[in-house]
Design a protein around this ligand. Structure first.
Ligand code: F6R
Length: 636
């Protein structure tokens, strides 16, 4: 148990009674990163004031980027000096040359060291270039260097989905030293995007051990986004186990966990707040608690009894809104009303009990798709219904999706293009040449990227054609933030948002569908959604917006929780086949695997997810469908 927990007042301690690590949750990663950077800066200044060195343990990966950005800003604008700072990085891939774009050496210089005044000799990063027979001595020296520097004052950490800290994968002991380790297959899958494919990810790394990290005088672990929620819960609320090395931090006296709302979402105080405090029961919370109880007891809604509620900490809800019979009916009806085969509204029908309004009919429907296949993967069945029910469906593909196209696909298309007359003024010979000398993981030439984008556009057009979406309703926004040629994306600029504004004003939609999840491992969905929110703000006074509703689908990585869903669209067996055929039009993506899985392609996962959702509704006692697609309303 870490120190700060005991300093909280009683109310807060009750709320956090399942948490074994002191945890602070912020509105978003940006605010949280600034807090961490401020603490680091204070420490550097304090040590400097005393004429002492400040020893920092540093992490790489997506999590600390915002912290480094803020430190660089403080250096530039506030004169924060790093002259007295000594750093030790947690890890480095092995083998790995320093100048490789994916090396942690490169990462640290790109994000921090090249922009501040730290003396190069104060920087320590495990060396991915030494020969294997020297690794042991190297690790020994690394630990000695930390000790000689006086130990680490402040260690910052991210957390992998395996629960690793540094590259201490499941199975690492609490006393493990700095050493050469083999990466977990989930870690390799998570890194595959950075290296363009799993085969290019180094299998090993040199990492500081848990036993090297634990003596740090203070530790801050940060995690952002839904995809970390499950492992964060285990790290904070679970028992100390070697299968989740981050749980060792529970035995450290001065560790703080810093999260954004999404990463904190599975903690008891957020997911099931009724277990730790008195709550105000509104309809949404009643629905959430009831569905939680069904899942816990594996019972359908209408079979829950007063006893079930009382025995599972929901007595207060029964007293205020019960008996069980009333609550069951209420939640059953709420779910029933959210299920509709008419996602665009049913014309001429009473719409008071339906998720969408009947009129106007037909509606102009604008579907935003972050990458060219997200629309079909997430809502192919719903798009099919919208078109068949007579609505004017438009699709705007937000990014080109070009980095997900393998070189071999380009070669296939090249062969084809060479055999047709005109070809977009593309220098085919050059593309042949650059692909022939390209090394794995290297950034593509703009010409190759353009060709990859065209391949994805051709596929998206084909899928739309298959579902009878008119050619002139399709737009490819090629948002500039995406076009870095690497997994790391640029920040959103005015031009990105303007392209969305233009399509919104062109279509004046009655319904907008957008990817509203924040789970996408590469942050593309998050940025695409942010851009839509910003664009909607710009058009907020346009007349058409008053008669427009926004529905969010979830990316392939995860589905909405039924308790949060506002519209559930059933997909029949025939429609599911059609959806699969539409997804297959994206042939360059057919072999892309679901992250962390060895035998599940993304398309298969998308279909199975829809089937599983239908099974979940069935288990709750709702009608049994083949598959279901889910949407949450985004209130404007
Ligand atoms: C990086 C490191 C890793 C990462 C972890 C999370 O130096 O040691 O433990 O902190 O894999 O990675 P991101 O932040 O990319 O999700």
């Amino acid at each position: 148990m870490t120190g700060q927990l005991e300093n909280l007042d009683v109310k807060e301690r009750i709320e956090r009674k399942f948490e074994k690590l002191f945890t602070n949750v912020y509105e978003n990663a940006e605010i949280a990163s600034k807090k961490i950077a401020a603490e680091i800066a204070d420490l550097i200044r304090e040590k400097n004031g005393k004429g002492k060195k400040c020893v920092l343990g540093l992490a790489t990966g997506s999590s600390p980027i915002g912290v480094y950005r803020e430190l660089v800003r403080m250096h530039r604008e506030e004169g924060l000096s790093f002259k007295n700072v000594i750093t030790f990085n947690l890890d480095e891939y092995y083998p790995m040359p320093k100048d490789h774009v994916q090396s942690y050496w490169y990462f640290m210089h790109e994000h921090l060291f090249d922009h501040v005044d730290i003396p190069e000799e104060n920087v320590h990063i495990p060396d991915g270039t030494i020969s294997e027979n020297k690794v042991y001595d190297f690790c020994q020296d690394y630990e000695m260097a930390i000790r000689d520097a006086g130990g680490i004052d402040l260690q910052i950490l991210g957390i992998g989905r395996t629960g690793h800290i540094g590259f201490n994968e499941p199975g690492s002991g609490i006393n493990s030293p700095t050493r050469l380790v083999t990466l977990d297959s989930l870690t390799i899958a998570d890194a595959a995007g950075d290296f363009y494919s799993e085969e290019n990810v180094p299998r090993k790394a040199i990492t500081m051990g848990v036993g090297t990290i634990m003596p740090s005088r203070r530790i801050i672990l940060m995690a952002w986004g839904e995809k970390k929620a499950a492992i964060v819960k285990k790290a904070i609320e679970g028992p100390v186990v070697d299968s989740v090395p981050a749980t060792y931090l529970q035995q450290h006296p001065n560790t703080e966990i810093v999260l954004d709302k999404e990463a904190a979402a599975d903690l008891v105080r957020f997911r099931t707040p009724w277990l730790v405090r008195e709550v105000q029961w509104d309809d949404k919370l009643i629905r959430r608690a009831t569905i939680w109880l069904c899942e816990k007891l594996d019972k359908p809604i209408l079979k829950l009894t007063n006893r079930d509620y009382n025995d599972n900490s929901l007595g207060d809800m029964v007293v205020k809104h019960g008996p069980a019979y009333d609550i069951n009916l209420k939640v059953f009806n709420m779910l029933q009303k959210s299920i509709t085969g008419w996602p665009g509204g049913k014309p001429n029908a009473d719409d008071s009990q339906r998720p969408e309004r009947a009129f106007p009919y037909p509606k102009r429907v604008l579907v935003f798709s972050p990458r060219p296949d997200d629309d079909m993967l997430a809502m192919g069945g719903t798009i099919n219904r919208l078109v068949e029910q007579g609505h004017d469906v438009y699709v705007a593909y937000q990014t080109s999706g070009n980095i997900a196209v393998a070189d071999d696909v380009v070669l296939r298309f090249l062969y084809f293009s060479e055999n047709i007359a005109e070809n977009h003024n593309i220098d085919l010979e050059k593309i042949h040449k650059v692909l022939a000398i390209k090394k794995p993981g290297e950034i593509d030439f703009p010409e190759v990227r353009n060709l990859k984008a065209l391949i994805r556009e051709a596929e998206a057009r084909s899928a739309c054609r298959f579902l009878n979406i008119p050619e002139e309703h399709i737009s490819f926004l090629r948002m500039p933030f995406y076009e870095t040629g690497t997994i790391k994306k640029a920040s959103l600029k005015e031009e990105d948002i303007n392209r969305i504004v233009e399509v919104l004003r062109g279509v004046k939609p009655h319904q907008i569908y957008a990817a509203g999840d924040l789970t996408d491992p590469h942050g593309t969905h998050r940025k695409c959604f942010d851009a839509i929110v910003k664009a909607l703000h710009i058009v907020r006074k346009d007349d058409w917006l008053a008669d427009c509703r926004v529905w969010l689908y979830h990316g392939t990585w995860k589905e909405w929780h039924i308790a949060d869903v506002d519209m559930a669209v059933p997909v029949s067996p025939e429609e599911l086949k059609k959806k699969r055929a539409a997804i297959f039009r994206h042939s360059s993506q057919k072999e892309v695997m679901f992250p962390g899985s060895e035998d599940m392609e993304i398309w298969r996962y998308a279909i199975e997810r829809n089937r599983d959702t239908a099974k979940d509704y069935d288990k709750l006692g709702m009608a049994e469908y083949e598959a279901i697609e889910l949407f949450v309303e985004y209130v404007l």
